[in-house]
Design a protein around this ligand. Structure first.
Ligand code: AMP
Ligand code: MG
Length: 496
């Protein structure tokens, strides 16, 4: 039988669709996880799909169209060759040792062989595990859409992150502050190993397993550390440096994570575990995005120091392998130079400055002070700055400030700094470093409200914009505007 011209590609059967699984984490052995199957969800449906990621993973387009994959990615069927498991870890939560945690609702299907190396595929919200404690093992539609969109948005912004392949939903009820419905996010990353995995084996005295884990991470992801005199100190230093780069990226784009517990810190320096995160609207250095964070431990301006605190915990966890405390402390030192240097580099790029001059630091510090004292919308300021010229009157920018004189003084200083730069190069650099679109809370909220009524067009539109956030996307300016007044009343906490 021949198919009609232009017919949609035939959906692959499970066997045809099955890529190659490597399951290297599973080879660490049963001390690291519990093998189990996801718990099925009734009548799943597609909510959002990242075809860009599917392509990167080498999956055929038909993969994300088929009912067979809908069943697999909702936890209702298992692909042959995958070994689903939930891993055990521990962690410090809000500065306090929380003991054993673990994948309470995430199930690792295994690692797929892809052109860019093996990628773990994880279903978040796929049911209870031995580490669920009091939780139900589920994730709700609202938080799953937020995680899906933000993962792909961060990638679009060039910020290291775990990725999200899709969200599937089900009408199965899930009890939170009110009754919501269940969803599963399919996440991918080279590894979902957290600082908390190391803390777990260190503080429970399982030092053989601690070493096996460190060796696994070095061999898979930090092979150059193996050549160092002290490979485990070298690992700590490498993780510190990647984390420093990540913090610089977050601060520069105005991203608040909200729950920087050590169990949410990636050993690969990726943004992970999207919960009550927020991109800043008005620039407020002390902004707290997590409604449950009463003390402001994870406020925007605290993030770089908290990352260092978390690295210190990782260093302590690695001490049984490093032996000399001084070596561990030395390994952490580079954070203190890598972070500020990386932040300056990111901010210079936002200002369009391709070279380094002594006065740049003051130019950057003074604009941060002005943005804060005038509560200027962070993303809009930087995007409007892309159209700045020393000759223009800078009205659209000046309008963002009530203290116009201070802005004028800064604009003069900036005009002098860019007087001799190549304007073409400068504009290009600005437009590549100042996104037009970020996932503001109210944008996510509007897409979520529509999705609850089974209209997923808002999720799709946001995905398209956020995957290419530096482009103009004519006709979509309303997604790049100021937040509405009601945005300030959105409350997002850990419960999701
Ligand atoms: P989080 O605050 O999302 O990073 O989660 C902290 C810990 O609680 C992790 O061990 C999660 O797996 C677990 N957890 C969070 N929500 C649930 C849930 N609904 N069911 C089971 N475990 C959960
Ligand atoms: Mg977590």
């Amino acid at each position: 039988m021949t198919s009609a011209p232009n017919a949609a590609p035939a959906a692959p059967s499970l066997a045809q669709a099955n890529p190659t699984w490597v399951n290297s984490f599973a080879q660490l052995g049963p001390d690291f996880y519990t093998e189990l199957q996801p718990t099925p969800l009734p009548s799943p449906y597609w909510v959002g799909r990242s075809r860009a990621l599917a392509r990167e993973l080498g999956l055929e387009d038909a993969w994300l169209e088929s009912d067979a994959m809908l069943a697999v990615l909702s936890g209702n069927q298992t692909l042959p060759g995958s070994r689903p498991l939930a891993s055990v870890y521990s962690g410090h939560q809000f500065g306090v040792w929380a003991g054993q945690l673990g994948d309470g609702r995430a199930i690792l299907l295994g690692e797929l062989e892809t052109a860019s190396g093996a990628q773990e595929i994880q279903l978040k919200g796929a049911g209870r595990t031995p580490y669920s404690r009091m939780g139900d093992g589920r994730a709700v539609l609202r938080s799953s859409i937020r995680e899906f969109l933000c993962s792909e948005a961060m990638h679009g912004l060039g910020i290291p992150t775990t990725r999200a392949l899709c969200v599937t939903g089900s009408d199965a009820p899930v009890r939170r502050e009110e009754i919501e419905t269940a969803a599963v996010v399919t996440r991918t990353a080279p590894s979902f190993v957290r600082f908390g995995h190391f803390e777990h084996f260190s503080y429970s005295g399982q030092h053989v397993q601690l070493k096996a884990l460190a060796d696994y991470v070095i061999d898979q992801f930090y092979p150059v550390c193996r050549e160092a005199k002290q490979p485990y100190a070298a690992l700590l230093q490498a993780v510190s440096e990647r984390t420093a780069l990540l913090m610089a990226a977050w601060q520069a784009v105005g991203f608040c994570h909200g729950v920087m517990n050590t169990d949410n810190m990636s050993i690969l320096g990726l943004t992970m575990d999207y919960g009550p995160f927020q991109f800043l609207d008005a620039f407020d250095p002390g902004h707290i995005c997590n409604h449950s964070d009463n003390q402001g431990r994870y406020a925007y301006n605290k993030q770089p120091n908290i990352a260092y605190w978390n690295l210190f915990c990782l260093g302590q966890a690695l001490l049984p392998l490093i032996e000399e405390q001084d070596q561990a402390l030395a390994a952490l030192e580079s954070y203190k130079t890598v972070f500020p240097d990386a932040l300056q580099a990111r901010m210079r790029a936002k200002l369009g400055l391709a070279d380094v001059q002594a006065e740049d630091k003051e130019l950057i510090d003074s604009i941060f002070r002005l943005l804060a004292s005038n509560k200027v919308d962070y993303t809009i300021f930087w995007r409007r700055l892309c159209a700045f010229t020393p000759q223009s009157g800078h009205e659209p920018l000046r309008d963002l400030f009530f203290d116009r004189e201070s802005f004028n003084a800064w604009a003069l200083q900036y005009s002098e700094r860019i007087a001799h730069v190549d304007i073409g190069l400068w504009t290009d650099l600005m437009l590549k470093n100042n996104p037009k679109f970020v996932l503001r809370n109210h944008l996510g909220e509007e897409a979520i409200q529509a999705a609850k009524l089974k209209d997923f067009s808002g999720v799709n539109t946001l995905l398209k914009l956020l995957q290419a956030p530096f482009e103009e996307h004519p006709g979509h300016d309303s997604f790049a505007g100021f937040p509405p007044d009601w945005a300030a009343s959105i409350e997002i906490s850990c419960s999701s």
